[in-house]
Write a protein that binds this ligand. Structure first.
Ligand code: PSU
Ligand code: MN
Length: 331
């Protein structure tokens, strides 16, 4: 009897072991660039960066130039940049300049969100990672600060279409600070904030007020739950999220600098027109955001692109300062 029990336990354990061996997370699918792994090993600040903005958010060569400028800003602030992308079926955390250039020039890159990762990896494809997929990779690599332009959200009429970006649920389940300029007014900002609250995401404006920014404008008419005034306060907020063991993330909303917000009204009008056109043309799903971004850029003769670049530069500065402040808290 005892022997029998033992045998069954062994089989059971074997079953579990076999299961774990076969399906445990494969590190080989995640490639961390040596510059990033070295910084992490030395407890130096690292800033994760997304790449859908490169593949789908901006036209070439602005995408490449901006990506390079952002990495340079991160370095100048004393942190290591880790741009995330999928290259031939592997998730890269940190890209070489050749890889960055190839991604920026490529015309057939996929837009890779959480739901797309399994397929893209299984087919050995390449693509730009959205906020959700970038969060997954950054968290896995041990990078708690991630800078982007804007996150996805609840689309207008989302209460009927249920078009709600996977970025929001990712923020609810991955403990990373996402530094962004808020949410574009192509989205339903009020519902986006409600959804983030439901997901348990701590939303804080970076600055003196709680005004939640609308990407191109420093105010959206909505407020964040909180505000933090400097990198140290932001770092402490993130530190408590991590120390509490919360599995949810933090959204830090950085208003576009005043000098670049001037074109805000004209851009707003272009957004209205682009949203209408997208709906008339029946554009849905993952194609909505890239379509609207491109249309708005056209309608504003490039002003939206300039504002977009300026706010990303600013976010990179702020995010890097937060990453530096956070690494000081650890030492
Ligand atoms: N918002 C922007 N620019 C972008 C995106 C959002 O202003 O490039 C990209 C980000 O990568 C974001 C993604 O994670 O679009 C959200 O797409 P969707 O709405 O399909 O979830
Ligand atoms: Mn969507």
């Amino acid at each position: 009897m005892r022997i029998l029990k033992r045998v069954s336990a062994l089989v059971l354990r074997r079953g579990v072991t076999t299961y774990q061996n076969s399906w445990s997370i494969k590190d080989c699918l995640f490639r961390v660039h040596p510059s990033v792994s070295q910084a992490l090993a030395e407890n130096k600040p690292v800033v994760a960066l997304e790449s859908t903005i490169i593949t789908h958010g901006m036209p070439y060569p602005h995408n490449l130039n901006t990506a390079k400028e952002v990495e340079a800003i991160v370095r100048a602030e004393g942190a290591a940049p880790a741009t995330v992308a999928v290259i031939e079926g592997e998730v890269h955390v940190g890209l070489s300049s050749d890889e960055l250039e190839q991604l920026a020039r490529s015309t057939n890159s996929q837009k890779v969100s959480r739901r797309d990762l399994p397929f893209i990896i299984s087919k050995g494809l390449s693509g730009g990672t959205t906020v959700s997929a970038t969060m997954i990779a950054a968290h896995r690599a041990g990078i708690p600060v991630f800078v982007t332009g804007g996150i996805g959200g609840v689309h207008r009429d989302g209460e009927n279409s249920l078009d709600i970006s996977a970025d929001l649920t990712e923020l609810g389940r991955t403990p990373i600070a996402v530094v962004s300029a808020g949410v574009k007014s192509i989205l339903d900002i009020g519902r986006t904030l409600e959804y983030l609250e439901t997901q348990g995401v701590c939303v804080a404006t970076y600055g003196a007020s709680k005004h939640f920014p609308a990407f191109f404008s420093p105010q959206s008419g909505f407020n964040s739950a909180y505000n933090v005034c400097n990198p140290e306060e932001a770092a402490k907020l993130l530190e408590s999220t991590l120390s509490l063991g919360l599995q949810s993330g933090v959204l830090l909303a950085v208003p576009i600098p005043e000098e670049h917000a001037a074109a805000g009204q004209q851009i707003e009008e272009a957004i209205q027109a682009a949203v209408t056109e997208a709906s008339v043309k029946g554009i849905t799903g993952r194609d909505v955001t890239p379509f609207i971004l491109q249309k708005v850029n056209e309608l504003t003769q490039g002003k939206s692109l300039q504002a977009n670049i300026a706010l990303i530069h600013n976010n990179a500065r702020v995010g890097s300062q937060i990453a530096c402040a956070l690494s000081k808290l650890k030492t």
